[in-house]
Design a protein around this ligand. Structure first.
Ligand code: ATP
Ligand code: MG
Length: 234
């Protein structure tokens, strides 16, 4: 298996930023099967900006920023999961879901069902903020019940060691690390638009409050995420 799914406990928790870091760290390709909402920067555009890697084309590019089934219906369409088969790849492929796991693709199928059908390993991205224990454990149970192979949980946000440890203990899955909140994600690519597994050069400092001032996403990612466990799953 060369594909790894980046799923999340909810929308807006940092799957796209995590995916951009993972793409660089693995020298991987990126695919967003269903993009709902195109008025703002799409996830593929964000990954391209942050990583310099050109993503594969989306399976569905839908205008309405809503659940995929509703975005499709607004255009008189129905998402056909047969059009969302994983593309055969030589390189590793990072595939980002949409929202949380139980987001409907159509009236019969959830994103979770598609992950199970693909039989691809899943990384679950989770916040460290209050409420994450419940959301993360429910998501892990859903993945387990669907028969998905979970690589582990990757946390995003400020450190909450006791919370992270509790999730690991009850969830019985590896802790893949924690991506801190960074300040420099808004502008130009981290490094001159070239495709590269690991940019060299600039070194960054993590400030006391955990915000990363000048380190690149790729640097912060490899410092904080357990890539060996992810590589083993591919
Ligand atoms: N590590 C981080 N440091 C700083 N900002 C972050 C980080 N991770 C995510 N963000 C910010 O949080 C917001 C949501 O992140 P992101 O788009 O990655 O979420 P998502 O889970 O992919 O959302 P969606 O469900 O819409 O795909 C964005 O503004 C992003 O820049
Ligand atoms: Mg996203």
């Amino acid at each position: 298996m060369t594909a790894v799914v980046v799923a999340g406990t909810d929308t807006g928790i940092g799957k796209t930023v995590f995916s951009a870091g993972l793409v660089q760290a693995l020298g991987a390709q990126y695919w967003k099967p269903v993009q709902s909402g195109i008025e703002e920067e799409t996830d593929s555009q964000i990954v391209a900006r942050l990583s310099g890697v050109t993503p594969l084309s989306e399976g569905y590019l839908l205008q309405l920023p809503a659940s995929p089934h509703l975005s499709a219906e607004a255009e008189g369409a129905v998402i056909d999961p047969d059009r969302l088969e994983l593309p055969p790849m030589q390189d590793p492929l990072v595939v980002e879901g949409a929202g949380g796991l139980m987001v409907p693709l159509n009236r019969d199928m959830l994103y979770l069902d598609l992950f199970a059908r693909w039989r691809a390993p899943v990384i679950l991205c989770a916040r460290t903020q209050l409420g994450t224990i419940n959301h993360t454990l429910l998501s892990l149970k859903a993945l387990h019940d669907a028969g998905c192979d979970v690589v582990g949980v990757a946390f995003i946000g400020d450190a909450e060691p006791e919370v992270e440890e509790t999730i690991q203990q009850f969830g019985k899955v590896p802790h893949l690390g924690r991506l801190p909140m960074m300040e420099n994600l808004g502008g130009a690519p981290d490094f001159g638009g070239e495709r590269s597994a690991l940019p060299g050069g600039r070194s960054g400092a993590v400030r006391p409050e955990g915000r990363t001032g000048c380190a690149t996403l790729a640097e912060v990612f490899v410092q904080n995420i357990n890539l060996d466990l992810i590589r083993e799953a591919l």
